[in-house]
Design a protein around this ligand. Structure first.
Ligand code: ADP
Length: 652
C-alpha cells in the first residue's frame, strides 16, 4: 500500500482487498493522518473526512464488514465525501470500469430492471452519526397512507420515510403507522411480529384488529390490519373497498391503538386527506379518554385531493358528522347551501391540527391565493408553514445505488455515461449494429437523453409530456417516459402514442416502426422503482412540466444523479430549479425553466437545454457536477420540522 499526500488530499494505493483492513489499522494507529477516529462496532465502515478539521478523518469500524475490491485501485480520500454525504466502503465498486457490466438487450427474457439486485436498502442502518443532534428529544409518530419503499405511489412515500430517518438520526424516537395493505412488500420488512390484537370502532361495530411491528429502512413501523375487507387488493389505492371509509377507520384505529397500549407520543404527524379525520378524533374524542400529551401536525402534500366526505360517512368513525358541517369546521365551502352539503377531511384536518405544513414555500403562497381552501388557510395562516421537502441521500445516492450498472459521483462522473449506454442498449435505443461489442460508442452516448418519471395525471402536464416526446425527437434527442396512469383513458392515449407508426427514411428505403421500437422514444407504462433509479442516472435532462407542483421530487432526485432539470416554474419547482440564462443569480442557476403552459414555452426551454448540451459541452459538464453537489438532503430541512414540533409541543 502506498500513501502519498497531494495538497489537502491523501492518495492511497490499494493492491488487495485485505489492505482495506490495513488502511483502517494504520489509520487507527495514526499512521497517515492526524487521526480523529471513533470506534463504533454497529456502524458500517465509513471513511469520512471531518468537516472543518483540516485533514482529520473519522473511521467507523463495521460489525459485518463487506469489502469489495475497488475496480479503480486508486482511492482519493478527498473524493470520499459527496454532496455532504459520506460514501460507504462498497461505494467505489464499479465506479469506473465497465468490464463487469452484463449489457442488457430488449430481447432479454427477464427485463434488465427485473434482474436480481444485491440486497440494499432493505434495512439500511439509520445514520446515527448525523452532524446534527438535537438536545430536546421527542417521540414522533407519523400516520400515513404511504411509505417508501414498501407502499409507495408517489412523493408522499419518499417524504415520510426520508423525514422519519432524518429525525431518527437526530436522536428522536420515531414510528410510522401504516395500513397493513395486502400488497405491501413484506420481504422488505424486518423483524415483523404481531404486537397487539384489539378492537376498533367502525359503523356500529368493533372490528377485531391486529397491530404488527416491523422495521423498514431502519424505521420502526406499526402495521394496522383490520379483519374486514379494508386494504385488501393488489395496489395501495383503488381496491374494491370504500377507500374513504377505510382511511376513516384507520385514523381511529391508530388512536385506539395508542389508547390501548398507553402510547403517548409528543407529536402525531399526519399526512394528506386520508388521515385528516385523526385531528378531529383526537381533540373531540381521544383527548377525553387517556390520550393527553400528543400535539398534531398535518402535512399537505397535494391540495388537489381534499377527502370529500358525507356527514354520515364521517359518523361511521364514531364522531357526529353533523357537528362538523359548519364553515369554521369541515364543510366544503363550495357545497354550502347545496343538498346535501359535503365535508372535507382535509379542511377538518387544517382546522383541528396544531400546525399545518405544505411542502414548499412557493406552493404555500399559491395555496393562499387560489383554490377553495384558500380562505381556510388564510384564517389559519399563523399556524401554516411551507417547508421544502428533502430527499434521503442514502437511498438516492449514485455512488452506492445497487440498481446502477456503474456508480458515479461529482468527481468521478464516468459511470454516468455507462449508465446511459446501459439504458440505451437495454431499451433498444442504441443502433443494433454496435450492440454486439462492449465498446461504448461515443456517437450513441452523445445523443441527448431526456427522461420523465411521473404519475400520468393531468397535474403533471400530460399535454406537455406528449408534446415533448415529439419535440425531443425533432431535435434529434431521445426521450423515455416512465409513468403509470391511474386513469384507463390516459393510459390508452399513451399506449396509442407508443404504438403510433412512424416512417423513417434512410438512404435506400423507408423503414416503418412504431414509436416504442424506433430510435428515439420509449413510453414505459408501469411503476418500477429499480428502473427509475437507472433512468435518473442515465438521463442528461429530467423533464417536469407540471401544471402545478407542490414540491416535486423528480427534479431533486434527477439532480442528485446528474440530470439537468427542465421544469415549469410552479410550486416547489420554482424553489429548487433556477434558470441557466437568468443573469441575476448565476451562482444558483442549475437548469432550464419555462413559465407558460403552452407548447411554445416548453420548446423554448428544451431548445436552450439542447443547445447548451451540444454547443457548450464544458459548461454542460459543469452544470452536471453542480447539480449533483446541490444539497437537497433532509439534513437541510428536517430541522425546520423539529423546530415546528417543538413549537407546538405542550400547546393546547
Ligand atoms: P408526486 O408525489 O406528485 O407523484 P413527486 O415528484 O413529488 O410527485 O414524487 C414522485 C416520486 O415517485 C418520485 O420518487 C418518482 O421517482 C416516483 N415515481 C413516479 N412515477 C414512477 C414510476 N412510474 N415508476 C417509478 N417511480 C415513479
Amino acid at each position: 500500500m502506498d500513501v502519498t499526500h497531494e495538497g489537502s488530499s491523501t492518495m492511497i494505493f490499494i493492491d488487495k482487498i485485505s489492505n482495506t483492513r490495513m488502511i483502517m489499522e494504520n489509520a487507527l494507529a495514526g499512521k497517515f493522518f492526524k487521526p480523529c477516529f471513533h470506534l463504533n462496532l454497529k456502524k458500517s465502515l465509513v471513511l469520512q473526512k471531518k468537516k472543518g478539521i483540516g485533514t482529520s478523518y473519522k473511521f467507523c469500524y463495521p460489525s459485518k464488514l463487506k469489502i469489495h475490491p475497488p475496480v479503480s485501485h486508486t482511492l482519493n480520500l478527498s473524493n470520499l465525501e459527496v454532496g455532504g454525504v459520506e460514501i460507504q466502503e462498497t461505494s467505489y465498486e464499479g465506479l469506473v470500469s465497465d468490464q463487469e457490466i452484463v449489457w442488457p438487450s430488449p430481447d432479454d427474457e427477464i427485463p434488465f430492471w427485473k434482474r436480481d439486485f444485491p440486497s440494499w436498502n432493505v434495512n439500511p442502518e439509520v445514520p446515527n452519526e448525523s452532524s446534527v443532534k438535537d438536545s430536546d428529544l421527542m417521540h414522533i409518530i407519523h400516520v400515513t397512507a404511504e411509505m417508501a419503499p414498501i407502499a409507495k405511489v408517489g412523493g408522499l412515500g419518499d417524504v415520510v420515510t426520508g423525514l422519519a430517518r432524518a429525525s431518527l438520526s437526530r436522536g428522536h424516537t420515531v414510528d410510522i403507522v401504516l395500513p397493513f395493505y395486502e400488497c405491501i412488500q413484506k420481504q422488505q420488512i424486518n423483524d415483523l411480529a404481531l404486537i397487539s390484537t384489539y378492537n376498533s370502532y367502525h359503523d356500529g361495530n368493533w372490528i377485531p384488529t391486529n397491530a404488527y411491528r416491523g422495521v423498514v429502512s431502519g424505521i420502526p413501523v406499526i402495521f394496522i390490519e383490520p379483519s374486514n375487507e379494508f386494504f385488501k387488493g393488489q395496489q395501495v389505492y383503488g381496491g374494491s373497498y370504500n377507500e374513504l371509509e377505510a382511511y376513516l377507520f384507520f385514523s381511529r384505529a391508530c388512536l385506539e391503538w395508542m389508547q390501548v397500549t398507553g402510547t403517548q407520543p409528543d407529536i402525531i404527524h399526519v399526512h394528506e386527506w386520508q388521515i385528516g379525520a385523526l385531528p378531529l378524533l383526537y381533540w373531540d374524542m381521544y383527548r377525553y379518554l387517556s390520550l393527553k400529551k400528543p400535539r398534531i401536525v398535518l402535512t399537505i402534500h397535494n391540495m388537489e385531493h381534499y377527502g370529500e366526505c358525507r356527514q354520515e360517512q364521517l359518523s361511521k368513525c364514531g364522531l357526529d358528522g353533523s357537528m362538523y358541517a359548519t364553515a369554521e369546521k369541515a364543510v366544503d365551502d363550495r357545497t354550502i347551501g347545496h343538498n346535501p352539503e359535503r365535508l372535507s377531511l382535509l379542511k377538518g384536518g387544517i382546522v383541528y391540527s396544531n400546525a399545518v405544513v405544505t411542502v414548499s414555500p412557493t406552493y404555500l403562497k399559491e395555496t393562499l391565493c387560489s383554490g377553495w381552501l384558500a380562505s381556510t388557510l388564510m384564517m389559519h395562516c399563523d399556524k401554516y408553514f411551507g417547508i421544502l421537502n428533502g430527499i434521503d441521500t442514502a437511498m438516492w445516492n449514485p455512488a452506492t445505488d445497487v440498481f446502477l450498472p456503474a456508480k458515479f459521483h461529482a468527481q468521478k462522473i464516468e459511470g454516468k455515461k455507462l449508465c446511459k449506454y446501459y439504458i440505451q442498449r437495454g431499451l433498444g435505443l442504441a443502433a443494433k449494429s454496435i450492440t454486439s461489442s462492449n465498446h461504448v460508442p461515443d456517437a450513441t452516448v452523445k445523443i441527448p437523453l431526456v427522461v420523465c418519471i411521473t404519475r400520468l395525471v393531468p397535474q403533471k402536464g400530460l399535454h406537455l409530456i406528449t408534446h415533448a416526446l415529439k419535440h425531443v425527437e425533432e431535435l434529434g434527442g431521445q426521450m423515455i417516459v416512465l409513468g403509470k396512469a391511474p386513469d384507463g383513458r390516459v393510459e390508452g392515449e399513451f399506449k396509442h402514442l407508443a404504438d403510433l407508426v412512424t416512417s423513417l427514411r434512410n438512404c435506400i428505403s423507408i423503414e416503418e416502426y412504431n414509436h416504442n421500437q424506433g430510435p428515439s422514444i420509449r413510453i414505459l407504462l408501469m411503476y418500477s422503482e429499480e428502473l427509475s433509479h437507472m433512468l435518473y442516472a442515465a438521463a442528461d435532462m429530467v423533464l417536469v412540466p407540471s401544471m402545478y407542483e407542490p414540491c416535486g421530487l423528480s427534479q431533486i432526485i434527477g439532480m442528485r444523479y446528474g440530470s439537468v432539470p427542465v421544469v415549469r416554474k410552479t410550486g416547489g419547482l420554482a424553489d429548487t430549479v433556477f434558470d441557466m440564462d437568468d443573469q441575476s443569480n448565476p451562482e444558483i442557476a442549475n437548469g432550464f425553466v419555462f413559465e407558460g403552459i403552452d407548447e411554445g414555452s416548453l420548446n423554448w426551454a428544451l431548445d436552450r437545454a439542447f443547445s447548451y448540451y451540444r454547443d457548450k459541452p464544458v459548461e454542460w459538464n459543469g452544470i452536471v457536477k453542480k447539480v449533483i453537489e446541490i444539497d437537497n438532503s433532509w439534513n437541510n430541512t428536517a430541522g425546520k420540522y423539529i423546530e415546528l414540533y417543538n413549537s407546538v409541543r405542550g400547546r393546547s
